[in-house]
Ligand binder design. Structure first.
Ligand code: IPM
Ligand code: MG
Length: 363
């Protein structure tokens, strides 16, 4: 198989960090002997400012020709908030039905956590965030705009279908992790004491599906309590399943306790084996326009996202070489992080290209 990759560098530091990922891909591809073909796509602020286009139906058809999408970051100070987020990133997630947002929260060796007395053994969990519903896709609107009678609404959607496919995926992840030595615990995070309708759909679905997974211990935490536990006893988490909006919020907190955005990787997955919709992999961080083009951004999150891309695409397509490649890159990232001891990941003083080179040497 020749792995076909669509590359979306995007805005700000996105293209710089993705370039390092591609160097790492070259190195691991040569070493393990697998082939890949990649094509750059110019989606992002520049194209929007020049043409008014974010992501067209034709673009989506083009993307469907690829096995996976590797994205840097989108966002630009000259583009009004919401346009690229909704028109590009969320459109890609929704229209390619990437219904799982996979976000590992793992403190890598040598990385400093802001949590006192916590070690890599304590901060090591997986967040499975639903990625196509919830507050992100409900109806909404504003009437009597700008008047004292202004009214705006924004709906929260939970469909049994959307919740169940996410919950099932999360149980499967918990099973796989248990086989790898984790406790086998899945925690649903919601706010069922207030969101009694959407929360109830999640809660019942979680427990009904959970009956099929008798080996997996079920827990439930309200999202506010979850934030507290993440900051005080993150070791209670193994796998978390969470709706879109709460998942967005707790994964930024997760990134923070794991040392910051410098190393937070993510995958937007369509894990259906028969789907023609590719998955998309991106660092959790944004486009950092303040340091764009200065060779300062930390590419580890982008490189680790590439590791996820290879591992997940390999699993989906039954290509063990790709899985191995992903695992090797992740291992190399964890060999590099001790060099950040005593520094922060985000502003370490190492340049983008230096860090990329460190990963290649570790490989
Ligand atoms: C993320 C981001 C996005 C989200 C924004 C940019 C739309 O915060 O990937 O976490 O809310 O999902
Ligand atoms: Mg976010």
């Amino acid at each position: 198989m020749i792995l076909k990759l669509a590359i979306v560098g995007g805005d700000g530091t996105g293209p710089e960090v993705v370039a390092e990922g591609l160097k790492v891909l070259d190195a691991v591809g040569q070493d393990l002997g697998f082939q890949y073909a990649s094509k750059p796509f110019d989606f992002g602020a520049e194209r929007f400012l020049a043409t008014g286009q974010t992501l067209t139906d034709g673009d989506l058809d083009d993307l469907r020709q690829y096995d996976a999408i590797y994205l840097g970051a989108v966002g630009h100070p000259d583009v009004k908030p919401g346009i690229l987020e909704r028109g590009l990133l969320l459109k890609m997630r929704f229209d390619l039905d990437q219904y799982i947002n996979l976000r590992p929260v793992k403190l890598y060796p040598g990385v400093e956590t802001p949590l006192k007395n916590k070690t890599p053994d304590d901060i090591d969990f997986l967040v499975v965030r639903e990625n196509t519903e919830d507050l992100y896709c409900g109806n909404g609107g504003t009437a009597r705009l700008g008047t004292p009678q202004e009214i705006s609404t924004q709906e929260m959607i939970a469909t049994r279908f959307g919740v169940e496919r996410c919950v099932r995926y999360a149980f499967e992840q918990a099973v796989a992790r248990k086989e790898a030595g984790y406790p086998g615990r899945l925690t649903l995070v919601h706010k069922t004491n207030v969101l009694t309708f959407a929360g109830d759909t999640w809660f019942r679905c979680f427990n009904e599906v959970g009956e099929e997974y008798s080996d997996i211990q079920r827990e439930y935490h309200h999202v506010d309590a979850c934030c507290m536990y993440m900051a005080t006893k993150p070791e209670v988490y193994d796998t978390i399943v969470v709706p879109n909006m709460f998942g967005d919020i707790i994964t930024d907190l997760g990134a923070a306790i794991a040392g910051g955005m410098g190393v937070a990787a993510s995958g937007n997955l369509n894990p259906d084996p028969d789907s023609t919709n590719p998955s998309m992999f991106e660092p959790v961080h944004g486009s950092s326009p303040d340091i764009a083009g200065q060779n300062k951004a930390n590419p580890l999150a982008a490189i680790d996202s590439l590791a996820l891309l290879l591992r997940e695409t390999g699993r989906l397509k039954d290509e063990t070489l790709l899985v191995q490649a992903g695992e090797r890159i992740n291992a190399a990232v964890q060999q590099v992080t001790p060099r950040f001891a005593g520094k922060t990941l985000d502003r370490s003083g190492y340049s983008t290209t230096e860090i990329g080179q460190m990963v290649i040497e570790a490989l």
